[in-house]
Design a protein around this ligand. Structure first.
Ligand code: AHG
Ligand code: MN
Ligand code: MN
Ligand code: MN
Length: 335
């Protein structure tokens, strides 16, 4: 039974006592949770607070920034830079690596984040999220460059997301399983509501933007065709389909009831290497999914083993219930 009276902070303290883990990591995880609470608060009043809509600016990915992309990015920077435990930050919304201002002490950790995920859903009041990933550098040079932080996802020490849905949740792994916390607005604290989340190995629900089917590679086309064929097809069972267009919401559903999520490489996005970004979308979600007993792959290799070459690199993402992800990998080998 999950003890829902336990707050997120108490949970972190408990974990630290259990494993003698690093106090600095706990300080950073506290900063991240505070940022997520502040973002949740900015989202809550929507149109009433004049925070919806787009700006004229574009981010490094060439996407038009939403007002809330920028607000959420600033919240993450302000809530985390003073922690004293960070070497640098990397954000979807910042072209350059964020150097910790001189006035704050520095530490060994690097925080990667997608401040607002699913931002096309903001203006229509559908669930969005924030995603974060944390690395610990073996040593901290005076000047942090991208080369310093281009490390594979397998080195992550913690990862998680906040989901701003009907309730606000924080889902976290520090490498010992996956736990979920629900924001109790009355006390302004996350409370432990989901312990040791584990994904069933089999699935009967898939998640893909099917409007791109015309550009898919043969193994993805074959996998989805077989699912859609239902009881009379080669899989011999019915598959349900969901697409929210917020990765956080899709991953949350998969963590709680299984399924598979695909954002594959296709003819239209192959020059970029896919759509989703390795550092602040694919890696943290792959870490959580693996910690919950699932699998995460590019179709050709384990996401956590991908050796990054550039900071805003994109990768194909196939993640969820283990048996399904392995099947998609096998199809990639066959073609
Ligand atoms: P972001 O809003 O952070 O740029 O991420 C959007 C991503 C992800 O959340 C979602 O799975 C996907 O883009 C949706 O893509 P489509 O527009 O193709 O549906
Ligand atoms: Mn974006
Ligand atoms: Mn995103
Ligand atoms: Mn985003």
């Amino acid at each position: 039974m999950t003890d829902t009276s336990m707050t997120y902070m108490q949970f972190l303290l408990n974990e630290r006592r259990r494993s003698e883990s690093d106090r600095d990591l706990m300080t950073l995880l506290h900063g991240v949770a505070t940022a997520c609470k502040a973002i949740s608060n900015s989202l809550k009043n929507g149109a009433l607070a004049d925070v919806l809509g787009s700006l004229e600016s574009e981010n490094v990915q060439g996407e038009t920034q939403k007002k809330l992309d920028v607000i959420a990015n600033d919240i993450f920077l302000r809530r985390c830079e003073f922690s004293g435990v960070l070497a640098a930050m990397v954000s979807e919304e910042l072209e350059e690596i964020y150097q910790i201002p001189e006035r704050f002490p520095k530490g060994q950790y690097v925080l990667f984040f997608d401040p607002l995920d699913g931002s096309s859903n903001i203006d229509i009041n559908v669930s969005v999220g924030s995603i974060f990933s944390i690395l610990r550098l073996p040593e901290v040079p005076d000047v942090i460059t991208y080369e310093t932080v281009l490390r594979p996802g397998v080195e992550q020490v913690a990862a998680g997301y906040a989901l701003y849905g009907p309730s606000t949740m924080l889902v976290l792994s520090i490498g010992r399983g996956v736990d979920g916390f629900t924001l109790d607005g009355n006390i302004g604290e996350f409370r432990h509501t989901h312990s040791s989340i584990s994904i069933p190995p089999e699935a009967a629900e898939f998640s893909i933007n099917a409007s791109r089917a015309q550009w898919w590679e043969p193994p993805v086309k074959r996998y989805i065709d077989d699912c859609v064929a239902g009881e009379n097809g080669p899989r011999g069972k019915y598959f349900n389909m969901r697409w929210i267009a917020s990765m956080v919401a899709e991953v949350h559903r998969i963590l709680l009831r299984g399924g598979i999520f695909l954002y594959p490489i296709d003819e239209r996005n192959s020059d970029a290497g896919g759509k989703l970004r390795l550092f602040y979308e694919a890696n943290p979600m792959a870490f959580l999914i693996e910690q919950a007993g699932g699998a995460a792959s590019t179709g050709r290799e384990r996401i956590l083993d991908v050796q990054p070459l550039t900071p805003h690199q994109r990768v194909p993402v196939i993640l969820g219930s283990r048996d399904e992800v392995e099947l998609v990998e096998r199809l990639h080998k066959e073609y």
